[in-house]
Design a protein around this ligand. Sequence first.
Ligand code: AMP
Ligand code: ZN
Length: 114
Amino acid sequence: MDQCVFCKIIKGEIPSSKVYEDDKVLAFNDINPEAPVHILIVPKTHVQSIMELDENGYNIIGHIFKVASDIAKNLKLDKRGFRIVNNIGEDGGQTVPHIHFHLLGGRNLQWPPG
Ligand code: AMP
Ligand code: ZN
């Protein structure tokens, strides 16, 4: 998608602070962090949300959770805990229409969200 900010990051047209990359996914630091650790993990193929995934897309989401657990372990978040968030659509608070998973940690996170 030409105008998608995350597609531009994936293509290297917009800089990002990269945390992890492979052929399927990219993880980078959120530009506006809400916690000491705030990483976004995105599939490299443009899909708006979980509502538009095909079979292969669902497999990549499983891979994203594996990547998230590896990142959490590397950052030593696994003992303290952390949170993975996926906002969907307007009521869900999604502002970038390219599916992404927030990995938040490094402080005690409150619940419920606003
Ligand atoms: P959401 O509100 O769930 O759609 O999350 C979008 C996230 O993308 C927000 O936390 C933004 O701070 C983040 N974001 C937007 N543009 C960039 C960018 N260029 N680099 C890194 N993070 C970004
Ligand atoms: Zn995109």
